[in-house]
Design a protein around this ligand. Sequence first.
Ligand code: MG
Length: 457
Amino acid sequence: MERFSKYPLMASVSGVRGIIGKSLTPEVIVRYAGAFGTLCGGGQIVVGRDTRVSGEMVEYAVYAGLMAAGCTVIPIGVSTTPTVQLAVEKMKASGGIVITASHNPEYWNGLKFINSRGIFLDEKAGNKLSNIIANELYHYSDYSGIGKLFAPVDFTGEHIQAIVNAELVDVEVIRRCRFKVVVDCVNGAGSVIFPELLDTLGCQVTVIHGEPDGKFPRGPEPVPENIKTLCKTVVNNHSDIGFACDPDADRLSIVDNTGAPIGEEYSIVLSALLVLSHKKGAVGVNLSTTSVVDNIAQRFGVPVYRSKVGEAHVVKMMMETGCVIGGEGNGGVILPEIHYGRDALVGAALTLQLMAERQESLTEIIKDIPHYYMTKHKVEVSTHKAKTIIKKIAAQISGCTVDTTDGLKIIYPDSWVHIRLSNTEPIVRVITEAASKELSEKLASQYLQYFIPIGVR
Ligand code: MG
């Protein structure tokens, strides 16, 4: 358990994550839920959770905090993060809480907070929530004002309907293709809804890691090194495509028909390709997302807007600039027509629509898209030390474009590096992109050495 001691409670703008039994205790959970209930001023709050084994414990602590603050709880059971977001919006609730630690390992759990519009809390609301906790400004009711707990509601069907009813998704066109699809749900919240959506779209579906028991059989991030079983299954089954998601199914990654993982950066690229071919409009992504997005946008003559990393930031920018599609390079696809949240299911439906319309295999579609090489490194380092190092690097840079919106992004004519502190883990991320693997790795090494002296790595 020694390894846990260095993990503090990680609070970001729109959520909190911690280690169960260490930093994420029932007391902490009740405080956060009570503060959120106070922030919402009572009303109805939708609560859903991913499949983690700690989920029920966290759920009951969340209920206690919310009900004590006078909120009525609408439980929707095991649900993906986008399902909870959509449920809040459609039920016209005051807010929502998703119990999940997203892609963090099994021993983590956490809360994601959603406002009455079904989107993550922004910086302003997040600061208010922190203030309620820091100064103990909870509005707890007396016995007569305690909130009620409603009977559980299943929102899976409504989420699927919202996707198939979308203007850009033509169910009949996709159904006619009878795509052979493999889906890897990491035994998470996508285990039930993802195969059901694919079934609705007329796909011949093979499910792997589809037991919703919260025991993650692979690394929970849907990155290439964690989805090797999916790649093999796509090859063995002669499938058209493979999909993988993280435990709360807001991130999607795709495997092509040859069994090659195309990289989670390409989820937003493929979705943008489909959307822009029907609807010309701006694209909104974060600063770390691949430059391929710019290339696709140029093709359609539309602008790309970039925000700080994090769904709340991307969504705020997308709403302000009226983007027609957006997301994050970590596999997050946001289609405003359905809702303002990263949604693996939406990304899968848009990709199948693209394949159906083009009548081409995924490898053929990808051939038509430029390829850059991205490296993503993470270094465990304290927040204080990381900030000092980033400042030092910034002071040394000259002769290239620098963006300090989120950490430090250094943009060279044909490559870039983005160095930023994670909001959810005590790590620094060093992300680079260049025309070749060698150049990208070289750029990464150049900046990683500020954090890890060469020879220690
Ligand atoms: Mg997630």
